[in-house]
Design a protein around this ligand. Structure first.
Ligand code: PEP
Ligand code: MG
Length: 571
């Protein structure tokens, strides 16, 4: 038995066999071969085996994930039958007397470069297919196994160095009971997604892949951030009991599912949820969410080979608005960049992607992408209570520009006879310190603010939210952060505007009494945090929380604040 300490990123206990999800080593070396005919038949064999494998994956994908995902594998099968790709590889093996893996690598990369440079979406997709297929065939030639997470058909705990948001989106909840990673923090997007999928997760263990073998039993304790490898029967029993206790606690929270969120002294605050896809709305309603406070639309753009069309987006936004039945839905426009990449946009690699060309910066530059999204949103606006906000605003001019583009698109649609709602509130994320400092200047421009503490903290403390080594600087209760939040709330209220918070801090047990006292109007969090938060708020007095505002803001360290809150509120 061994134990690893990490960061509890998604609550709950998972016990299952380990499944290592690794990027395989597919390094190819050039070798001279003597028998070209034998090498060609080795290549043919690898093709046959890749096809057999893909047929199985395709069948499985059709059953478990639907036609869309299955179509991806049909496209891969087509590539594997295409003589235009296969013949040049075989010719290269024979004429250059080189090994099959090298001939494949050279030929494939020539096609990939050629297709990617074309200004044609269809050809760009083919380049992505060739890249994927080449990986699979090379795996067979080298005798290296390529993991197929979508094929998992028994209960497992995923063990990986890191999981990208699109890896996470593809995890099958039926079989993936939990996951643990070497890197990442509480606010990395795979952690956020684990919470909306309600999969227990421990991230940032530093050593998961170095310690955990495939198939060994693993306990993931997402409540306390522990991972236990090959547990004794006694430990197993202890964690089974902890799991039952957690389920019982959840049942207790569930009693408030249809209740409003009201403090002990009768003040209502709104408890909203953060979502990434229309499917997440189910979890929001099951957990008693009163609104959607953040719809991260970038997930619509991920895990695919090209931009979503206006109609695809319209369908997604309409679905969310309809399913929320008139409750408020705050949709954030595309926030790509940082740990959320879109390979098909082929943006140049940057030294500091979190500080780079991303989110609203990219949207104001690549306006067609932005305008398409805005049109889809405007068209969907009549199906519910839509609010729109822009991410990563740094300057007043950026906000004005983004809003002007929105109004231009609205005017064009209205002229074309499309009905667009007349009361769409337009707001912005406060996640760059510059905006908090001059929140008074922004407050006259916006209808609302939503404070994105995941980024606000990383930028204020200059500590990468993905880096577990500086995780100690992720300090939501640091007075520097609390004062910035206060500036925003006071500036907004002066102009009669409302303020929400959609960073992970909004659902944090220590932060909640402080934020209530600072006057936050809306708390938006992972759906699973809503009921514990509602229970907590029902036991707090807003008046009392307000009376401690000055005391807390005058403190100098996180530790002081935490000790005070624990003693005063969370007894
Ligand atoms: C934030 O930065 O707090 C936020 C809510 O946005 P994201 O986590 O998607 O960056
Ligand atoms: Mg952010």
């Amino acid at each position: 038995m061994q134990e690893l300490k990490g960061i509890g990123a998604s609550a709950g206990i998972a016990i299952a066999k380990a499944y290592r999800l690794e990027e395989p080593d597919l390094t190819v070396e050039k070798k001279n071969i003597a028998d070209a005919a034998a090498e060609v038949s080795r290549f043919d064999e690898a093709i046959v085996r890749s096809k057999e494998e893909l047929e199985k994956i395709k069948e499985h994908a059709l059953k478990e994930l639907g036609q869309d995902k299955a179509d991806i594998f049909s496209a891969h099968l087509l590539v594997l039958s295409d003589p235009e790709l296969l013949n040049p590889v075989k010719e290269k093996i024979s004429t250059d007397s080189v090994n099959a893996e090298f001939a494949l690598k050279e030929t494939a990369s020539m096609f990939v470069t050629m297709f990617e440079s074309m200004d044609n979406e269809y050809m760009k997709e083919r380049a992505a297919d060739i890249r994927d297929v080449t990986k699979r065939v090379t795996g067979h030639l080298l005798g290296v196994e390529i993991p197929n997470p979508s094929m998992i058909s028994e209960e497992v705990v995923i063990v990986a160095e890191d999981l990208t948001p699109s890896d996470t989106a593809q995890l099958n909840r039926q079989f993936v009971k939990g996951f643990t990673t070497d890197i990442g923090g509480r606010t990395s997007h795979s952690a956020i997604m684990a919470r909306s999928l309600e999969i227990p997760a421990v991230v940032g263990t530093k050593a998961a892949t170095g310690t955990i073998e495939n198939g060994v039993t693993v306990i993931v304790d997402g409540i306390d951030g522990d991972v236990i490898i090959d547990p004794s029967s006694e430990t197993l029993k202890k964690y089974e009991e902890k799991h039952s206790a957690y389920l019982a606690q959840k049942a207790e929270w569930a009693k408030l599912v249809n209740e409003p969120t009201v403090s002990k002294d009768g003040h209502h605050v709104e408890l909203a949820a953060n979502i990434g896809t229309p499917d997440d709305v189910k979890g929001v309603l099951e957990n008693g969410g009163e609104a959607v406070g953040l719809y991260r639309t970038e997930f619509l753009y991920m895990g695919r080979d090209q931009l979503p069309t206006e109609d695809e987006q319209f369908d997604a936004y309409k679905t969310v608005l309809e399913r929320m039945e008139g409750k408020s839905v705050v949709v954030r426009t595309l926030d790509i960049g940082g740990d959320k990449e879109l390979p098909y946009l082929q943006l140049p690699k940057e030294m500091n992607p979190f500080l780079g060309y991303r989110a609203i910066r990219l949207c104001l530059e690549e306006q067609e992408i932005f305008r398409t999204q805005l049109r889809a949103l405007l068209r969907a606006s009549t199906y519910g209570n839509l609010k729109i906000m822009f991410p990563m605003i740094a300057t007043v001019n950026e906000f004005k520009q983004a809003k002007a583009i929105l109004l231009e698109e609205k005017e064009k649609l209205v002229k074309a006879g499309v009905t667009v709602s007349d009361d769409i509130e337009v707001g912005m994320m406060v996640e760059i310190p510059s905006t908090a400092v001059i929140a008074d200047q922004f407050a006259t421009e916006v209808d609302f603010f939503s404070i994105g503490t995941n980024d606000l903290i990383q930028y204020t403390m200059a500590a990468d939210r993905m880096n577990e080594r500086v995780a100690y600087l992720y300090q939501p209760y640091n007075p520097a952060i609390l004062r910035l939040i206060t500036l925003v709330i006071e500036a907004a209220h002066k102009e009669g505007k409302w303020v929400g918070m959609c960073g992970e801090m909004a659902g944090d047990e220590i932060a909640i009494p402080i934020l209530l006292g600072l006057g936050l109007d809306e708390f938006s969090m992972s759906a699973t945090s809503i009921l514990p938060a509602r229970t907590q708020i029902s036991k707090l007095s807003k008046k009392e929380a307000e009376s401690f505002k000055e005391t807390i803001l005058s403190m100098s360290t996180t530790e002081e604040v935490v000790a005070f809150v624990k003693e005063t509120f969370n007894k």
